[in-house]
Design a protein around this ligand. Structure first.
Ligand SMILES: NC(=O)c1ccc[n+]([C@@H]2O[C@H](COP(=O)([O-])OP(=O)(O)OC[C@H]3O[C@@H](n4cnc5c(N)ncnc54)[C@H](OP(=O)(O)O)[C@@H]3O)[C@@H](O)[C@H]2O)c1
Length: 317
């Protein structure tokens, strides 16, 4: 096997753990950077990785992946990681938020690249292990070596992403598209749509178990169909009664109001209002996020969780 670059993975959370496993399976020497006493450090040691403090890990590697929460990344990088970097290191980040909105800046003499796998960490690893990969967005922020994009491709290839698609973009576009997608479809839109549908059925006297199975549980099968077969395969995989209902009733759920709401959300992402609001909350201790989480736990998520418990046996039984 060719000599591989050594990679330091800073943060052993969703992406950090997945990327560390993929790189190791691709033959890269991997060291984990984690805070002492944290859950990530213990998990990484338990999974057979060498674990060092953040700065020591960064100093030991040619590729340094910053897989820490976006809101704390600029401060940790500036205070702990930046001066430990080897000259000529490639710094990898998985989301451009901290570069575009959080004042994450890179010292002279290093490459800085976005390698953003388009999937949650556990899917990145599962697809790699299955001999496939998830697509990744690549961009270059600093190119001291003149080979920054090549190094981004090398890293993404070791994650299995070249087996799917490497898509060159800019940090600006990745941030806008990522925030918009998670707010309107993948996280925000999904939770809202599923909760509203389950609540509507239950309020009309239907069983929570059936409401959950129909409107939440089955979603995976239909999403898989769209994912695997594309729009026309999806259309031919559902019944004609389902398609008639979809084409006559679906536009009432979508329609002009939905598109106007999406356009407004996109504008808030593009002009930085969303990021400023999120970072202002973080600067004051994240109290708004915590209050909103607590409210959702007590209300919508609780109703969904109860419907799920009525529908499905507990895991492992
Ligand atoms: N979630 C995803 O699958 C996903 C998908 C695409 C891109 N991304 C990007 O990947 C990056 C990492 O996100 P993530 O979801 O993987 O994060 P995460 O699961 O929340 O993991 C965060 C890690 O950072 C560590 N950490 C938190 N605060 C720290 C501190 N003050 N000092 C040192 N370590 C600290 C945690 O350590 P402890 O274990 O000690 O608490 C944990 O291991 C972000 O840029 C994100 O946008 C994530």
């Amino acid at each position: 096997m060719a000599n591989r670059s050594r990679a330091a993975i800073l943060g052993f959370g969703n992406q950090g753990a997945a990327q560390a496993h993929c790189l190791r399976a691709s033959g890269w020497p991997v060291v984990i950077g984690a805070r002492a006493g944290g859950g990530g450090a213990a998990r990484a040691r338990g999974e057979g990785f060498e674990v060092l403090p953040l700065a020591a890990a960064a100093a030991a590697a040619e590729f340094v992946a910053l897989l820490l929460p976006d809101e704390i990344l600029p401060e940790i990088f500036r205070d702990t990681v930046a001066r430990a970097l080897r000259p000529g290191a490639a710094v990898v980040f998985a989301h451009g938020f901290a570069v575009r909105h959080g004042a994450l800046e890179f010292p002279a003499g290093v490459d800085a690249v976005l390698v953003s796998p388009a999937a949650p960490g556990r899917v990145v690893r599962a697809e790699y292990d299955a001999g496939r990969g998830v697509p990744a967005y690549l961009a270059v922020t600093a190119d001291a070596s003149g080979r920054a994009m090549e190094r981004a491709e090398e890293y993404a290839t070791a994650l299995g992403c070249a087996r799917a698609r490497l898509l060159r973009t800019t940090v600006e576009e990745e941030v806008v598209v990522d925030l918009f997608g998670e707010q309107t479809v993948l996280v925000g839109g999904l939770l809202e749509l599923v909760s509203a549908a389950v609540d509507t059925l239950v309020a009309a006297g239907h069983s929570p178990a059936m409401a959950y199975l129909e409107c939440a549980h089955q979603l995976k099968y239909l999403a898989d169909l769209l994912h695997d077969a594309g729009p026309s395969g999806f259309a031919s995989g559902v019944s004609s009664v389902a398609m008639y209902g979809a084409l006559t009733r679906g536009p009432r759920i979508g329609g002009p109001a939905l598109r106007a709401a999406m356009a407004a959300i996109l504008e808030e992402v593009q002009d930085g209002r969303f990021a400023a609001e999120f970072l202002a909350d973080h600067a004051t201790g994240g109290t708004r996020l915590e209050a909103l989480r607590a409210e959702a736990r007590a209300e919508g998520w609780k109703r969904l969780a109860l419907a799920r418990a009525a529908a499905l046996p507990p895991r492992g039984s």
